[in-house]
Design a protein around this ligand. Structure first.
Ligand code: PHE
Length: 466
């Protein structure tokens, strides 16, 4: 029942373990590391947050990462194909992941495009004295217009459009070049570059006035936070998003590993590299925030805009403007954001492209082209119309907060409880790998993930629905 493509062409492969690991790190290290983790940690107990965070990593993040690897590697397919081979009815779960990936890609591409613009703007501090007005005025103006007649506003702002189209073109070229020659090559170049650029940024941040105040604000532990269930939920949510699990990405990526290749140690490397980058980002971001607070003569706690697009496109420009050699710092920051986002974007689109290749037996160039053109049109229209921005925001909220959690819960419940495949998957992992997975893994994927994420899912549906 496999498509013609899988019958006639050999499966694509990474050139080796390093390419796989760097690409998996490229997927995991993304906007979530840079603009999400620092603020989430700060809001949820500061230094004390590291406890639930590590617990979430060990009891859910790594176990489900290994589950994804095992499914992809054993059944050698994109998410729908691999799940179908595991159990025919599970193909739908794979398509659900493809759908979520598509939605997130549309949004992610726009953010990468914004970061690209800001990389250029850094050189002449284009945002002037009013970064907030500059950002919302150009990028979110449509959403601000409000009122009934603005519902259909269509406004192709060149500053938005040109970088967005550029990002899509580059993405399609890389995907079309294939797993080894496109995705892997891009990651092998970009990930080391990201580490270097970001490390320079962190060192520079640490030497700014007020840096210590920022670090104190981030790391001073508030131990009482550990008694708050929401803090634990925040930790599990951060780990899930950050490791890119349950999107079908790790299934797809591991399906390109050679048949006999180690899975568990690369998984540990990826997980710890991702968390290290996250903590590094926390240090860099909060040192810089400490500087900003120092410049304004206020406490770090009084600053606003500590996460998300506002952190990146309003707060950071303000920091860049006030710092000696600011443009260099800005270029490092936005350049890092571009790379981190772009390598994640490649991974989500590879999920979609691989699924279509295998389902319809089309080759990767055609699949990337079709998927990419549709996604590009959706994102251009989405980010150029009021309706689009509102719709994307809503859909993205559901995809990120509900869809992905549902996907993880369903995977665990169906694979572990309904199909009882966990022993076979563990056997597979242990046969190909050096580091062995113990029986604790059953408890993690069978009990911890469904329980914690099930609770999270229900509470989010309730919040979003009312
Ligand atoms: N792991 C990415 C991050 O931390 C987020 C992401 C999830 C990217 C899924 C792609 C796909 O930003």
């Amino acid at each position: 029942t496999d498509g013609a493509a899988t019958r006639h062409r050999p499966r694509e492969q990474w050139t080796g373990q390093t390419g796989f690991i760097l690409s998996a790190i490229g997927s995991a290290v993304g906007l979530g590391n840079i603009w999400r983790f620092p603020g989430v940690a700060y809001d949820n107990g500061g230094g004390a947050f590291l406890v639930p965070y590590l617990v979430a990593l060990l009891t859910a993040g790594i176990p489900i990462l290994l589950l994804d690897y095992a499914v992809g590697h054993r059944f050698r397919g994109s998410a729908p194909a691999a799940f179908r081979r595991l159990w025919r009815r599970l193909e739908a779960l794979g398509w659900f992941q493809v759908m979520i990936s598509f939605v997130i890609a549309v949004y992610y591409a726009a953010v990468v495009a914004w970061a690209l613009s800001f990389f250029v703007y850094s050189f002449d501090l284009r945002w002037g004295d009013d970064p907030a007005g500059f950002f919302t005025g150009t990028y979110l103006q449509l959403a601000d217009v409000g009122g009934a007649d603005s519902w259909v506003t269509l406004d192709f702002v060149p500053a938005v459009l040109v970088p967005l189209v550029l990002v899509w073109v580059v993405t399609l070229v890389v995907l079309g070049a294939g797993v080894a020659k496109g995705v892997e090559r891009a990651n092998v170049v970009f990930i080391p570059l990201l580490v270097v650029a970001f490390s320079i940024l962190v060192v520079r941040s640490l030497t700014l006035d007020g840096a210590a105040d920022g670090l104190n604000a981030l790391f001073t532990p508030n131990w009482s936070a550990l008694g708050d269930p929401n803090v634990w939920i925040a930790a599990y949510a951060q780990i899930f998003f950050s490791l890119s699990v349950a999107f079908g990405i790790m299934i797809t990526y591991s399906s390109y590993r050679r048949r006999r290749s180690n899975l568990t140690s690369p998984g540990l490397v990826v997980a710890f590299a991702n968390s290290s980058f996250e903590i590094l980002a926390g240090i860099g971001v909060f040192a810089a925030l400490g500087f900003l607070a120092h410049q304004q003569g206020i406490g770090v706690g009084e600053l606003e805009g500590l996460t998300g697009p506002i952190l990146s496109f309003v707060t950071f420009p303000a920091i860049v403007s006030q710092m000696p050699a600011g443009p260099l710092f800005g270029a490092l920051f936005f350049g890092s954001l571009v790379i981190a986002g772009f390598t994640s974007l490649l991974s989500i689109l590879q999920v979609v492209s691989a699924a279509f290749q295998e389902k319809f037996g089309i080759d990767r160039r055609q699949a990337s082209l079709r998927v990419g053109v549709v996604a590009a049109v959706v994102s251009v229209l989405g980010f150029s119309t009021t309706t689009g921005l509102i719709a994307l925001d809503t859909i993205d909220n559901w995809a990120n907060n509900v869809g992905i959690v549902a996907s993880a819960v369903l995977t665990c419940v169906l694979v572990v409880w309904v199909r009882r495949e966990a022993p076979a998957l563990r056997y597979h992992l242990n046969t190909v790998s050096t580091v062995q997975v113990g029986r604790w893994w059953y408890a993690a994927v069978g009990v911890v993930v469904p329980a914690v994420l099930g609770y999270m899912l229900i509470s989010r549906i309730v919040t979003l629905a009312v």
